[in-house]
Design a protein around this ligand. Structure first.
Ligand code: PLP
Length: 388
């Protein structure tokens, strides 16, 4: 059986995810256990597996693989990325304050806003790049500090080390949404964050055929609380989804390398284009996040955004003349996807909150896929000509 604990390279760990984890037959491909329930040896003795909401061998294999990749103490696989965010919110009491980025994923913004309206927590949305606004928010003593870096969709970076330290000084729990980077590009726990979460729907699964999430904790104390809440609230993921995600995970590094290469070239192409006002990509030297990206990320990743010169109509004409980029509200799959965040991914945010975050109607978000770069650029070129 492979001694995976002796392997240090993340590429090797990822390619071998699940190997050495099947005690029954030592299968190379992780087995799929669909049973919802397990036989007890006798009524006073519970085996390691009893009920599928609580524990499942396939889901546990994925949790172990992601925990190793993020360098955590334990993790929970949830049924969506939003369930992962919601699971973390169970760690704080009613009336506690959450400090969240004002430009976070629209679904996260909606969840926090509506939980606050129900009186189930308090939230302050802050531009985490604004030092004075951050000082004011920390002075209100948040119990949880949420970071999303790079942010969706404006690719703004936050210094994980500095934010985690400030949270720690207050006794607050720091949580980093690492969806845009995946463990192949960023490990927030290594910078002192308490908890890292993912929408595994994106890069970790990578094939746009599963909706799922993961929460990985740096300490066994937080991991146990997360397990308890995931079981109690029924937030855990389905076995088949975990199995597919384990399968997708094996190629994470290879996919990220190719997709990031395409994203870099697309960012250069867009930055030089006269129909583009601004490109948001931390791999560009001109990007405000360039230096920080080099400190805390092992690459700029495969997501970028840009503002097309002109208004909403220009963006619409451009998007409706693309043939290879698919107009769809997700990211991180092998195919290139494109969207207009204001109407699509961030429609759940109040228009005023969207404007405040800087998400304009001419903003376009790109998830670079694995297609040939020349085809992607030709697709953009054709669409720009149609929109001229
Ligand atoms: N976090 C980020 C950064 C996201 O982009 C998304 C979805 O797009 C989520 C969380 C929510 O994930 P899911 O759609 O899997 O619930």
């Amino acid at each position: 059986m492979t001694k995976i604990s002796n392997i240090n390279s993340p590429q090797t760990r990822t390619a071998q995810a699940g190997i050495g984890d099947d005690p029954a037959f030592n299968a190379v491909t992780p087995p799929l256990y669909t049973s919802s329930t397990y036989v007890w040896p006798d009524m006073e003795t519970k085996g390691p597996y009893d009920y599928g909401r609580t524990v499942n061998p396939t889901r546990d294999m994925l949790a172990r693989a992601l925990t190793r990749l993020e360098g955590g103490a334990g993790g929970v696989i949830t049924n969506s990325g939003m369930a992962a965010v919601d699971l973390c919110l169970n760690l704080i009491n009613a009336d506690a304050l959450v400090l969240a980025p004002h430009d976070c994923y629209g679904g996260t913004h909606r969840l926090l806003t509506h939980r606050a309206r129900q009186g189930r927590l308090k939230v302050v949305f802050v531009n985490q790049a604004d030092a004075a606004a951050l000082d004011e928010a920390f002075a209100a003593r948040p119990a949880m500090v949420l970071i999303e870096t790079p942010s969706n969709p404006l690719m703004r970076l936050v210094d994980i080390d500095a934010m985690a330290q400030r949270a720690r000084n207050l006794g607050a729990i720091s949580v980093c949404d690492n969806t845009f980077m995946s463990p192949a590009r960023q490990n927030p726990l290594a910078f002192g964050c308490h908890i890292v979460l993912h929408s595994t729907t994106k890069y970790i699964n990578g094939h746009s055929d599963v909706v799922g999430g993961a929460v990985i904790a740096g300490t066994s104390g937080h991991a146990e609380q997360l397990h308890w809440w995931a079981n109690t609230a029924g937030l855990t993921g389905a076995p088949f989804d975990s199995w597919l995600t384990l399968r997708g995970l094996k190629t994470l590094h290879a996919r990220m390398d190719v997709q990031e290469g395409n994203a870099r070239a697309l960012a250069d192409y867009l930055a030089a284009h006269d129909q583009v006002d601004r490109v948001y990509y931390p791999g560009l030297e001109s990007d405000p996040g360039y230096n920080l990206a080099r400190q805390q990320q092992s690459g700029p990743g495969a997501m970028l955004s840009f503002e097309i010169a002109g208004d909403f109509r220009r963006a619409k004409t451009f998007l409706s003349n693309l043939h290879i980029f698919q107009l769809a509200a997700s990211l991180g799959g092998t195919e290139s996807l494109i969207c207009q965040p204001a109407l699509m991914t961030h429609a759940g945010m109040d228009p005023a909150a969207r404007r405040e975050a800087g998400i304009q109607d001419n903003l376009i978000r790109v998830s670079a896929g694995m297609e040939a770069l020349e085809d992607l650029i030709a697709d953009f070129e054709r669409a720009f000509q149609s929109a001229a």
